[in-house]
Design a protein around this ligand. Structure first.
Ligand code: NAD
Ligand code: ZN
Length: 374
């Protein structure tokens, strides 16, 4: 299938061990814009880590704001940050997000909301943003989401969990330093790493893909196999591979779509506030009927890395919870169309039969939805 997508890439990419040390030099030419100060949004994991903070090239005029990642970014959070900074300091020269998908999405969204009036709620969707944002730079400290390269900043709003998605969302600069991801705890390293594996699987298996998507997916999958099946985490190449796999998996989606796993994961995220990457792992673990050998391979990776994927969660869910999740999932028709074509199909989640039907859909055996072997 031909997808005539006209994709805006990240303008500049600096990659390599130690490249974080180049950040000051990279940012300097952009300092003179607006009120001539930078906002550094930094994952709160680094709060109090003096050695790391000393490496952030912030001047006395700049501001470092530590961001909690306990919750995924919300429209309220972005609006509040924007209003506070504008009231106290005026318009910054730029925003630098140092952290995972969470902090990078906050940086992207904030950059846009500095120049677009009103609440970010009204811009959740495709091409709703009216004006370019301010300069923004992403520095991932955990790899897998592809947020460093994607054209979306995913926000949870009062009604929708949906990105601010447009060309201007894409970072002006990213700095990919594999040294920065070494401290990520193993479970989180795996869950987030699996996001790029699942992006690549979903990109390559659906109907709306082109050769670019295939090329990026295949390379990303190959690198994931190295990282999660063959290498030890201590292997010098492991973090380098994972960082590039995340980038490639992100790009595979620019010429394709995510599929069933992400549709279900969005339901888990919106209704139960389960974080994106672990929600994906929970869903993917049950989707052998849809993604076949890839799910077998995923299970092999889980075993190899001795991580725990929660199962049987649905046992305590009410009918309302299940319906709310199913509604979120079914309201993502582009994902279902990509996965199954426009006719849809029936499939199984674990042992449960589910009807994929674009209108008036329902989960056939509700209480067991995503319940694994219950
Ligand atoms: P995250 O940003 O939620 O961080 C996960 C955990 O790792 C946090 O506890 C964080 O404090 C910690 N952490 C980060 N770096 C660390 C380091 N170097 N050492 C130790 N701990 C560290 O993780 P994520 O999985 O990268 O991102 C998930 C978010 O990304 C969600 O909000 C999701 O919606 C978003 N997302 C965005 C896109 C996109 O294209 N924009 C795609 C997928 C997911
Ligand atoms: Zn994802």
């Amino acid at each position: 299938m031909n997808l005539f997508r006209n994709f805006k890439s990240v303008t500049k990419t600096c990659y390599g061990r130690g490249s974080f040390g180049k950040l000051g030099e990279i940012l300097d030419p952009h300092r003179s814009a607006n009120k001539q100060f930078f906002i550094f949004l930094v994952d709160y994991y680094f709060e109090g880590k003096a050695d790391f903070i000393a490496r952030i090239p912030a001047t006395a005029e700049d501001e470092i704001i530590f961001c909690s990642t306990k919750k995924e970014p919300t429209t309220e959070q972005i609006d509040g940050l924007r209003d506070d900074i504008l009231a106290r300091r005026g318009l910054p020269a730029g925003v630098i997000g140092i952290g995972g998908g969470n902090v990078m999405d906050v940086a992207k969204a904030l950059s846009l909301m500095f120049t677009n009036e009103g609440s970010s709620v009204q811009y959740q969707g495709l091409n709703l943003i009216k004006k370019p944002g301010i300069y923004h730079c992403g520095v991932p400290t955990i790899s897998g989401t592809g947020a460093e390269v994607s054209m979306t900043a995913v926000l949870t709003g009062p009604v929708k969990k949906l990105g601010l998605k447009c060309d201007w969302t894409v970072f002006d600069q990213i700095v990919l330093d594999p040294d920065l991801i070494a401290t990520v705890p193993t479970d989180q390293w795996f869950y987030t790493g699996m996001d790029t594996y699942i992006h690549s699987v979903e990109a390559i298996t659906g109907t709306k893909k082109n050769t670019f998507a295939e090329a990026y997916s295949e390379k990303s999958l190959e690198m994931c196999r190295e990282v999660f099946l063959r290498m030890d985490r201590e292997d010098v190449k492991s973090d380098e591979f994972l960082m590039v796999a995340s980038y490639m998996g992100g790009l595979s989606l620019t010429y394709s779509e995510v599929g069933v796993c992400h549709a279900l994961s969005y339901g888990l995220g919106k209704v139960l506030e389960i974080h994106h990457c672990i929600a994906n792992c929970i869903a993917f673990n049950q989707l052998e009927d849809v993604y076949g050998d890839y799910v077998q391979e995923f299970k092999g990776m889980v075993k190899h890395n001795k991580v725990n994927i929660p199962q049987g969660l649905a046992q305590d869910w009410s009918e309302e919870t299940i319906s709310a999740m199913a509604e979120v999932a079914y309201n993502l028709p582009h994902m279902w169309d990509h996965a199954f074509g426009s006719t849809g199909r029936t499939f199984r989640i674990g042992s449960v039969k589910v009807l994929d039907k674009r209108e008036g859909s329902r989960v056939l055996d509700g209480p067991s939805f995503l319940g694994g072997d219950r």
